[in-house]
Write a protein that binds this ligand. Structure first.
Ligand code: TSB
Ligand code: ZN
Length: 583
């Protein structure tokens, strides 16, 4: 999909189209007030205060019609420059524009653009005439808090896109449709993976039985890998006291991402946003010698983060998540080797899942941001250089991003692009010289002296939530055999004559831990087979007279009409092999 913001001509068109939208809104709702209408990579939006009115699908159709009318009218778009006083005078009854003007730097050239009966405060640039705005579409609408702050009023945000010709517009609309079909929120609903409920809360998905199967498979898969690599798993509470997070530094550097604290008796608790402090205490529970290191403490750990309500999204960005977390306690000399092992594990896992669309990002601190980052230049330089050295050694391609580091250290993040919206981090591996110091951790080194270990924080799936979201989008919901909630669906040609044999196959497969159902409903065979496809079940077995008398089965793969008749024993072997090979 083309990035509109990065294309000069499209950027101008879309920005102008945002004004066209605002003008149409003003015609239909004379009381409307406008906040900002920026260009984004997917087109444009405008945030509008419509009083108590809420935009509906009907409004969108009406607005598009009005925009077409204004465009046909063909007024020129004219720029004026104003002094601050003139601007304040011109927009004196518009609190939003006054807020914008008051927040402009002293030497800013204030300009506005007029087209017919509509004028908006704007830096520009714009196209010369509304005539040029012919090939546009309003895409969607939503509520959006003023300035993105939930304490402020909810405005109405309308999104749209504009091109130079019909062909480009249609291509873009087709891509949007395709992305909607691939969106994990749609697939997750269609396949009964997860649900949400207002009574539980925003960003707090509930995993349904089908989703729970996928998640359990992921847990088992990564647990086995970690066991083989010498990880030790623990269970720790998903709360901690405020003092724990003061000790770790989260209270000073991460508080705005945390839920507020709660008092119980004489203790003050927070829902934990990260598990590092708990794991530091687990490490500190024993004395360690250099011979024990690396110590690798893993947990499937539930965390809570305050994510902005406009940012929460399906399973991809939640407020309650489960990390596939581990903290690796190493000596300075072991950093390189251990880091390489983590990167290998990431690559290994991505290969198993057939994931190819990702990039590595080296996330560094912003040295100017003293609020977010712990202030110790020597420590940061050492950590960042160490990471670069390891990455160059490994020969993996990466790009650097300033200001994306964790407050305790730089990290290597794996970035992926969801069907809808901007990139997110999946896996992460982070280098930390700070937390072990703050928790006063140590090991006895070769010379018999106390030394502070270094910590690698790593999450291979990131969270089970985000990984599942990405997996559903990458596979379009067609999960590999070993992950599918139902692996085999057995359909009798006649429920009267073939059901017993179907149940016998089911029992045999279930004894071998294969997830299998018999569709015994009184529905037509064709209907049941179509439903089996809709549920994206990897194997559908149809049983009729022939199979019963041959003591065989007849299966077809998802998406194929080809049937394969084989003996029961052969089928069992075939399926167990599919699971073992993760095909
Ligand atoms: C790896 N302390 C480290 C840990 O030891 C940590 O918490 N790192 S993190 O902040 O980067 O989070 C780990 C992973 O969780 C991220 O890489 C990302 O994949 C996932 N994640 C972060 N926020 C969310 C969220 N709101 N919803 C779903 N997944 C998330
Ligand atoms: Zn951590």
């Amino acid at each position: 999909m083309i990035n509109i913001k990065e294309d000069e001509r499209l950027s101008k068109l879309n920005h102008s189209c945002a004004h066209l939208l605002a003008q149409a809104v003003k015609h239909l709702y004379p009381e409307a007030k406008f906040w900002v209408g920026p260009v984004i990579s997917e087109g444009f939006y405008y945030d509008i205060d419509l009083g108590d009115n809420k935009i509906t699908d009907d409004d969108i159709a009406k607005l598009e019609k009005e925009m077409k009318k204004i465009s046909k009218d063909g007024k020129r778009i004219v720029r004026h420059e104003l002094t601050r006083e003139e601007a304040l005078e011109m927009f004196h009854d518009d609190p939003y524009k006054i807020d914008l003007i008051n927040n402009m730097e002293d030497n800013t050239v204030i300009s506005c653009y007029s087209q017919g009966d509509f004028t908006d405060l704007c830096r520009g640039p714009h196209v010369d005439s509304v005539k040029e705005l012919k090939y546009f579409k309003l895409i969607k609408f939503s509520g959006a808090y003023w300035k993105g702050d939930a304490k402020n009023k909810m405005l109405q945000r309308i999104y749209g896109v504009c091109f130079d010709n019909q062909e480009d517009l249609e291509k873009c609309l087709a891509e949007i449709e395709e992305a909607k079909m691939r969106d994990h929120r749609k697939i997750g609903k269609d396949l009964n993976i997860f649900m949400q409920h207002d009574l539980v809360g925003k960003g707090m998905p509930l995993w349904l039985p089908n989703g729970a199967i996928v998640r359990r498979q992921l847990e088992n898969y990564i647990y086995e890998k970690e066991q083989a690599l010498g990880y030790q798993h623990v269970y720790t509470p998903c709360v901690g006291t405020v003092d724990l997070y003061k000790t770790s530094g989260h209270w000073d550097h991460y508080k705005e991402n945390m839920f507020p604290s709660m008092k119980v008796d004489d203790e003050e608790f927070v829902l934990r946003p990260m598990n590092c402090p708990h794991h530091m205490l687990v490490y500190g529970n024993e004395l360690h010698s250099y011979r024990d290191l690396p110590v690798r403490i893993g947990e499937f750990a539930t965390d809570f983060r305050y994510e902005a309500s406009g940012a929460v999204k399906g399973l991809e960005r939640v407020r309650c998540m489960c990390q596939n977390d581990a903290h690796l306690f190493v000596t300075k000399e072991q950093i390189g080797e251990e880091f390489k092992k983590v990167v290998s594990l990431i690559l290994d896992v991505y290969r198993d899942f057939g994931l190819k669309n990702y990039t590595f990002r080296l996330s560094l601190r912003d040295p100017m941001d003293k609020e977010k980052y712990f202030d110790d230049d020597a420590m940061w330089n050492e950590a960042e250089n160490k990471l670069r050295e390891v990455l160059n050694d490994l020969g993996v391609e990466y790009f650097e991003a300033i200001g994306e580091a964790a407050f305790y250290g730089p990290k290597l993040d794996v970035e992926v692009k969801p069907a809808v919206g901007s990139e997110v981090t999946l896996s992460t591996c982070q280098l930390d010289f700070l937390l072990p110091r703050r928790f006063d951790l140590s090991f006895i080194n070769k010379n018999g002296e106390k030394e502070v270990p270094v910590v690698l924080h790593r999450a291979i799936f990131g969270t089970f939530d985000r990984f599942t979201a990405f997996l559903l989008e990458e596979t379009k919901g067609i999960l590999p055999f070993w992950l599918a909630p139902v692996e085999v669906n057995i359909i009798p040609v006649s429920t009267e004559h073939h059901l017993d044999y179907c149940n016998k196959i089911r029992d045999m497969l279930r004894e071998n831990h294969i997830r299998c159902e018999v569709d015994a409903r009184n529905e037509k065979l064709g209907y049941k087979m179509r439903e089996s496809q809709m549920k994206k079940i990897p194997h559908t077995i149809v049983i009729g007279d022939n199979e019963v008398s041959n003591n065989s089965i007849n299966y077809r793969n998802y998406g194929s009409n080809e049937t394969n008749e084989i003996s029961l024993d052969e089928y069992k072997e075939l399926v167990l092999n599919l699971i073992k090979e993760k095909k």
